[in-house]
Write a protein that binds this ligand. Structure first.
Ligand code: MLT
Length: 327
């Protein structure tokens, strides 16, 4: 092949979008993979992501490097991923926000529904209702009474509109029919620091961020937002047992790549994810933090996509009825 012919072939492949991905498939991953966490370091998404990233690194033979891209309720990290080169070297670990953001945010610089390939579900995590440890309430009923009495005089910490802590706060304020003052952070990692320091009052957050603080007594816990108590925190009543039936929410996480990532690379990333979920060390650590890896049958791109789309459809009317939008 002459040099000119080679150039014409390369240009044609590039225009058809075939050249680089075809090469990448042969050697994938050819360099470290970036796992974007759309919230601050030290929070629950970060905790789950770092455990999974470490196990995936071992299987992929390349480091999976966590990058925290927090802010705007998880949309900045999602945007960075959606707009990244679709060659498998950028993935996103995100949660239930992927299902609420398409309705909450009416103006985004990326396609929040069609901008991603799904790589598999990762976990389902209970949430816990907690407060600074010297809050003037000793039970869920007393906390509800305090919220009704103090209203916007109490600060509710969350990780921005679209965060799980935002969603849980909305459901709580609806259940007690009273608003608190919302204080947004780039993630509930930094929010937890302020809750422990006592500079904010109340938060609802995933057990992956709260279990150790609850056990250490640095925050006061009032309820777990699942139908059953959880083994990691057996003394903590459910919200129904505490007197708030219907105040239930759990958070799911999934792994994504930019739309257009070639199918063989999606399959390779899924394989590494499944390996991570089967790792007994991960299962033990997750159990200690009140969660578990999803069953392997749910960690497929197809099940993940179907579940995600069903969740978008489930949350859309609820958000529209609440009239709560980010813009
Ligand atoms: C959330 O509230 O969505 C999460 O806790 C955010 C985070 O991982 O920090």
């Amino acid at each position: 092949m002459s040099r000119i012919t080679r150039r014409v072939v390369a240009a044609t492949l590039a225009i058809a979008g075939l050249g680089a991905p075809a090469l990448a498939q042969g050697t994938f991953p050819s360099r470290p993979v970036t796992m974007i966490i759309p919230f601050a370091a030290g929070g629950p998404t970060d905790t789950v992501g770092r455990l999974i990233a470490q196990a995936m690194s071992a299987d992929l033979g390349q480091p999976v490097v966590v990058e925290n891209v927090g802010g705007a309720g998880g949309t900045l990290g999602a945007q960075r991923t959606a707009l990244a080169r679709p060659d498998g070297h950028t993935v996103l670990l995100h949660h239930i926000g992927m299902a609420t953001i398409p309705t909450l945010y009416r103006r985004l610089a990326y396609d929040a529904v069609n901008g991603f390939e799904t790589l598999g579900l990762v976990t389902e995590v209970p949430m816990t209702l907690i407060a600074r440890r010297n809050i003037e309430a000793n039970s869920l009923q007393e906390l509800v009474a305090l919220i009704r009495q103090r209203g916007e005089g109490l600060n509710y910490a969350n990780a921005g509109i679209g965060a799980a802590s935002h969603l849980c706060g909305l459901l709580l304020m609806k259940a007690v029919d009273t608003r608190m003052t919302t204080v947004p952070y780039r993630g509930t990692g930094p929010a937890m620091n302020d809750l422990v320091a006592g500079t904010v009052d109340v938060m609802c957050d995933q057990t992956t961020n709260t279990t150790e603080q609850i056990r250490a007594g640095t925050v006061r816990a009032f309820a777990v937002t699942t139908p059953e108590r959880i083994p990691a925190l057996p003394d903590l009543p459910t919200s129904a047992q505490g007197g708030l039936p219907g105040f239930e929410v759990s958070v799911w996480h999934g792994l994504y790549a930019p739309r257009g990532t070639p199918a063989p690379i999606v399959a390779r990333l899924n394989q590494a994810l499944v390996k991570a979920l089967e790792d007994p060390g991960i299962a033990r650590r997750f159990a200690d933090l009140g969660t578990a890896p999803v069953a392997v049958a749910r960690a497929t791109p197809e099940v993940h996509r179907a579940f995600w789309q069903a969740e978008i459809a489930k949350w859309r009317p609820l958000i529209q009825a609440a009239g709560q939008f980010a813009d």
